[in-house]
Design a protein around this ligand. Structure first.
Ligand code: FCB
Length: 445
């Protein structure tokens, strides 16, 4: 039960969002188009035919949203900057009106004592850079470092942490591997090359930000899962090992071990990435923190058709298996494979549920159970020696869930898309009370 979990007194409790999913104001005040603007306006790409033009209109309602966060009593807010809002073409001129928006947001957070945790890139590449080849172009990594430098120079003293990328696995594999996400390419070789350019851009951005002397903690956010064999068969175990190598070690090894995993390189064969001499020295910058986004595990089966996870704890509205113990197993495995693991933040965790607003309330007990059991699993990992500093619930509010549009609700606050009214769900009130209890227990201790 929640009453029995006690997190350390300096543990950070937060909520998370990203720019394209909530801001709207797609062309306001000099903002340039991003690949998600063009992708979401391309017929057939978004399940409910929606786009991000208005989204939650956070650009105009950020004060109300910060007040909501203050009401929850969170310590911290993780959000992302829309690159094309502050540099419309992704190169060249900066847009002061864009920076002004983020300065106002930081002011509002500061007034409420909420620590800002910024992500530089949550998938919305400026269209101007896509026109130059997007992440397939090595030069984009250098443009990203320029952007990172400018943001750290302007805001570095106001931010608690800055993450370079959010989930480069998705940018590469969903953006370039299976075309589910912008820019909508389906080409394995490109996906693998893009993943290398993303890692390179991370390293270059880390160097550029360090050069500003910022005191903000610098790191990266990776989406991670455990890969479990469906059965004890050798074939399933081999698949599970390959999945771990391709999805987890592929991003961790370059950063912590200056190499790509051998298993993956062998499997990729001729589609292995083009790596220049010195790239790994750039990529392997020391991190102040690692952000881990955890939603589910992978169950690997070599059978035809593949065995499905049993799903004893059920599945979310995304069809993702609910598997809280995977979070403990993941963190323990990371520490085993990477003994120099820096402090970890769980930068995203949460679920899509079939919510309904009834009598002015949303009774999302299923989400409360999801968060509670994942917090128990997180605490279990901490009790086994993993240094975890904070937890950010995804998401503060319902928002544009990428190719699912507004059809999937991840928020602890309900958004009525017709009126843009926000209504805290039962999970928001639960999270508020949970945080308050942790504080009370902190004081009593
Ligand atoms: C993650 C993304 C986030 C959101 C959640 C549900 O992969 O980082 O933007 O879509 O999934």
């Amino acid at each position: 039960m929640t009453e029995t979990i006690h997190f350390p007194s300096n543990f950070t409790w937060g909520v998370a969002t990203s720019a394209f999913q909530i801001e709207g104001a797609a062309a306001a005040d000099g903002k340039g188009p991003s690949i998600w603007d063009t992708f979401s306006h391309t017929p057939g790409k978004i399940i409910d035919h929606s786009n991000g033009d208005v989204a939650c209109d956070h650009y105009h309602r950020y004060r109300e949203d910060v007040a909501l966060m203050a009401g929850l009593g969170v310590d911290a807010y993780r959000f992302s900057m829309a690159w094309s809002r502050v540099q419309p073409a992704g190169k060249g001129a900066w847009n002061e009106q864009g920076f002004d928006f983020y300065a106002r947001l930081l002011d509002a957070l500061q007034e409420r004592g909420i620590a800002p945790h910024l992500t530089l890139y949550h998938w919305d590449l400026p269209k101007g850079l896509q026109d130059d080849g997007g992440w397939m172009a090595r030069a984009t990594a250098h443009r990203f470092a320029d952007y990172a430098h400018e943001v750290a120079r302007r805001f570095g003293d106001r931010l608690a942490t800055i993450a370079t990328h959010n989930e480069p696995w998705c940018t590469a594999n969903l953006g370039y591997g299976n075309a589910q996400f912008a820019p909508g390419v389906a080409d394995k070789k490109q996906a693998i090359q893009v993943s290398h350019h993303l890692l390179l851009s991370h390293g270059l951005a880390m160097q550029a930000m360090r050069a500003t002397g910022t005191r903000a903690g610098l790191g990266i956010v990776l989406n991670q899962w455990t890969a479990d064999p469906a059965t004890d068969s050798e074939a399933d175990k081999r698949l599970a090992a390959l999945e771990w190598a391709n999805s987890i070690a592929w991003f961790m090894d370059p950063i912590f071990k200056k190499r790509y995993p051998e298993l993956s390189l062998q499997a990729h064969g001729s589609v292995a990435p083009d790596v220049h001499a010195g790239d790994f020295d750039i990529i392997a910058q020391p991190l102040d923190f690692l952000g881990v986004n955890y939603y589910r595990r992978e169950v690997m089966s070599a059978e035809v058709p593949p065995r499905k996870p049993e799903g004893g704890n059920g599945f979310t509205d995304m069809g993702w298996e609910i598997y809280p113990q995977g979070l403990t197993e993941l963190l323990v495995q990371l520490k085993a494979d990477y003994p120099d693991l820096p402090p970890v933040y769980i930068t995203e965790n949460g679920m899509a549920a079939v919510d309904a607003l009834e009598g002015g309330q949303v009774d999302d007990q299923v989400r409360i159970d999801y968060v509670r059991t994942h917090l128990e699993a997180l605490k279990a990992a901490m009790d086994r020696g993993i240094d975890v500093r904070g937890y950010f619930l995804w998401s503060l509010m319902d928002n544009f869930e990428w190719n699912s549009g507004y059809a999937k609700r991840f928020g602890i606050v309900w958004v009525d898309y017709a009126t843009l009214e926000r209504v805290p769900k039962a999970s928001a009130l639960w999270y508020r009370d949970f945080i308050a209890r942790q504080r009370r227990d902190r004081r009593a201790a």
